[in-house]
Design a protein around this ligand. Sequence first.
Ligand SMILES: [Zn+2]
Length: 500
Amino acid sequence: MTPDAQPTPQTPPTPPTAAPAARPHAQPTPQAAQAPAASSLTAQKLRNAIISGNIPDMIESIMQYALDKGASDIHIEPNRTVVRMRVRVDGVLQIIVEYPHNLHPGVVSKIKIMSNLKIDESRIPQDGRISTFIGETEVDLRVSTLPTVNGEKVVMRVLDKSKKIPTLDQLGITGRNLQRFMAALAEPNGIILTSGPTGSGKTTTMYSSMTVLNTPERNVMTFEDPIENQMEGLNQSQIRPHINYTFAAGLRTALRQDPDVIMVGEIRDRETIDIAIEAALTGHLVLSTIHTNSAVQTITRILNMKVPDFLLSAAINLIIAQRLARRLCPHCKVAAPPSEEGKKIIQKAFEHFKPYPGFDMGLLNDPVFYGPKQGGCPQCEGKGYKGRCGIYEILTMDQKMKASILEGLPAYELHRIAQEQGMITLEQDGIIKALDGDTSLEEVYKLVKKKQTPNATTNTSMSNMAGFTPSVRGTDDPAQQPQDDFGDMSAEEAMKMLYG
Ligand SMILES: [Zn+2]
């Protein structure tokens, strides 16, 4: 389960603590082995609760721990010999504690009671919700149970209601990207789409847009599944597909509710995009997300849904593609000069780049990059990374782009034209953020590049490496659409490519 997490603006470091973990991690990673023990007061409280068999304290402590760490999910999973508790922080799972099986039935029952699930049903999966206060913080947890061979596994997705919505520039949308985004948000009508894979922070970008749009003069309606943050002033509605209250049904209802701005959780089908276009063309601003990999691929996907090109180009104002990269720990990052080959790859990425004031192209001749320190430091708990930062590609539907779509130009042409019109690609924005020392090059390439396979012999240009389909109009069979042609490169492969 990888939720749409949000980039973390620089957060103050957690104070390091000295007490070693009572139970060593079952499978320590090389980094974790060298790192100081990840133990805070809460982790100690959790271990004490396990030792004394105090189940309510165990559950409260793991929730508190997840909240302290800004974790997105808690996993409680029975293995053959022990039950382990893990949390997902910055997109990566880490083991917190392990406890003996004899405590597990009590833990599962307590969580089921808290989330109104059937305690005596352990043969089928169940879904529920916990709304509670942990200390002063109001938290919602989405609970899912699953029968496994070793017992019931519980996953809780943490929705911290007190979490402040970051502004667009706190997300890492800055400079020309921010100007373009703000211009689109100021339009009275049109569609703004955010694209990216699961867990790339699309929902957060939508919420951050609301910090601009949520004013007393506007009727803002949202249709979400789930409602992750409640914002004062919005009309937020929870979608329930199992009773036919779908995104499309929500959108249709919205049009009868005198809206100015409509946010729809996701566009997945023709019906939803059709109503979104109708809403946009009748004077409303529509924001939504779509599961594609790049701005241009979003155009391809919608055309493949058989939406006529003239409607698409008339209705859509802005397309964002995004990724979340791990942020380098500012306390221990180390300089990492790329190889000559690596430099060439980076320079090539800026081939069609349109420079903007404040960006020094000369930086690319002898670029300085940073990487994580092996073993990290106490501030990042030995990981070398702490928090995340967004990487963005923002395409504006200007006259030139509209004309190019109507001409039926192939996707790689659209990608080039968009750059000439000022779009900063994901790869370029990632490199710019790596030049700023926010993240590492291998992190960027892991997220934005496809691994080159020996079979991919047709063309070695970078746009081809990015895996675009040869033509805007491709097949409409979703199975034949490129689903994940970004990011199948591992950090190791990226390291090899860039550093030799
Ligand atoms: Zn560090």
